[in-house]
Design a protein. Structure first.
Length: 68
């Protein structure tokens, strides 16, 4: 009975660690990559200036990636 409880706890910890890793990878993939000024205007976006954060590209889909 004790062995079964220890195995259950180990399985739960491994599952939780796996879910956390998948969430971190998904969040990284969802973030907007940087874009150049030429790519911004070619995609129909407008260059906007952000105080203390540099310039960004306001794309028609609502995203604002940083300009490199």
């Amino acid at each position: 009975m004790r062995m079964r409880r220890i195995l259950g706890l180990a399985l739960a910890a491994a599952t939780l660690a796996g879910v956390s890793a998948v969430g971190a990878v998904s969040a990284g993939a969802a973030s907007s990559p940087n874009i150049s000024r030429d790519e911004c205007t070619a995609a129909g976006g407008q260059i906007v200036s952000r105080p203390y954060a540099g310039d960004a590209c306001a794309l028609p889909d609502g995203t604002r990636p940083a300009i490199t």
